[in-house]
Design a protein around this ligand. Structure first.
Ligand code: FES
Length: 383
């Protein structure tokens, strides 16, 4: 099995089971894919692709309806368990269409919800016992707040190997890797001091760190431990993210790659065009946001069709495109379903939808043209 398949075949913790209390619908990511996690009224936990199979809207924006999850766009309901469509409100007399949400195995263990994704459709790997977590659960433990770090799983793992426990010196600690992305950090001098971290590879380049501290503590001790660990995790996160910023800055300063015949390709050569695109965006952005008129008129250049479209202040980009005979597939036309997603080649979109997540907005390389506009005087779209 190649490394990617091995990764997919592992079980990963997605959230603490308490995150699903009172009908909460929890959105998270695994290996860059959005997931919705929810518990039906009969107690069953579901891990599904965060996408309605009807129009692509995020199901995590929907409503908990007992044993179904209801998409907030057209109200289609999907059943706990197999994820089959159960009802379509617009056609109450008709039988539900034979479509399913993409579902993943879900298991509750050691206070977390876990899932395992096998892209090849093979049988799910058995959940391996994680002795450290089992022991922690039997003797009691203090949950730590989940921390999201802008760094990949390998970097976070490496940083945790030098984690310093509260009340212990660095030299006395060691990290041991267990199953399913779990690391225990222990004091080596025999003191009753350890922590267990469970790592979740979330969006590309982001890792979520869940953790528990084994042992029974009174309220004051619990609070002190949680505060101390949070301070250490925050410091680790800041250091990792600062290192990543430094690396990005040094890439930005690297000389332009040579395109001369026979010039060797290198990782720097591959990343440079991206860096230049970001730099171009920020330059135009600075020039334009000076106007401060974010809802004002702008011009769209059409990279594939050629030509340009002026978008007046009170006209939507979609309407302006249609007036020039440019058809974009749409459905909701309210920034909810994602159907009109369009790649942005230059300029900075002004996002006004509820479909893109924070990372996608920050990347600025796509937009929903039904509701979004431009922060810059011009946008170049792949249309
Ligand atoms: S987001 Fe639904 S059509 Fe634009």
């Amino acid at each position: 099995m190649d490394e990617r398949r091995q990764e997919a075949a592992r079980w990963y913790a997605l959230c603490a089971t308490g995150a699903l209390d009172n009908g909460a619908i929890y959105r998270t990511e695994l290996h860059g894919a959005g997931l919705v996690v929810w518990r039906a009224d009969d107690g069953r936990v579901n891990v599904w692709e965060d996408r309605c199979p009807h129009r692509g809207v995020r199901l995590s924006l929907g409503h908990h309806r007992g044993d179904t999850l209801q998409c907030q766009y057209h109200g289609w309901r999907f059943a706990s368990g197999e994820g089959a469509c159960r009802a379509v409100p617009a056609h109450p007399q008709a039988s539900a269409p034979p479509i399913h949400v993409t579902t993943w195995p879900a298991i509750e263990r050691y206070g977390f919800v876990w899932t395992c994704q096998r892209a090849d459709g093979a049988a799910t790997a058995a959940f391996p016992p994680v002795d450290a977590l089992a022991a922690a659960q039997s003797q009691g433990c203090v949950p730590l707040r989940t921390t999201t770090i802008d760094a990949d799983l390998a970097s976070v793992k490496h940083a945790l190997s030098a984690y310093v426990l509260p009340h212990a010196d660095a030299a006395e600690c060691a990290a041991f890797e267990c199953e399913s992305g779990t690391l225990t950090v222990e004091s080596l001098d025999g003191a009753a001091c350890s922590a267990i971290f469970v790592l979740q590879p979330a969006q590309a380049g982001k890792t979520r760190v869940h953790g528990v501290v084994p042992g029974e503590f009174d309220v004051a001790q619990r609070l002190a431990l949680q505060r101390a660990h949070q301070a250490r995790l925050n410091a680790m996160r800041d250091a990792l993210e600062a290192a990543a910023d430094l690396q990005a800055a040094s890439l930005a300063k690297a000389p332009e790659p040579s395109h001369a015949a026979g010039a060797p390709s290198s990782p720097v050569a591959v990343t440079m065009p991206l860096v230049r695109m970001d730099a171009a965006r920020s330059t135009t952005s600075a020039a334009i946001s000076a106007s401060g008129d974010e809802g004002g008129p702008f011009t769209v250049h059409l990279a594939r069709s050629g030509g340009s479209v002026d978008v007046p202040a009170h006209t939507s980009l979609l309407d302006a495109l249609r007036a020039h005979g440019i058809e974009v597939p749409t459905s909701c036309e309210q920034g909810v379903c994602g159907t009109c997603l369009t790649p942005v080649l230059d300029g900075e979109p002004l996002h006004r939808d509820v479909w893109l997540d924070a990372r996608e907005r920050a990347a600025g390389d796509c937009m929903l043209v039904c509701v979004s506009r431009s922060r810059t005087p011009t946008l170049t779209l792949d249309l």
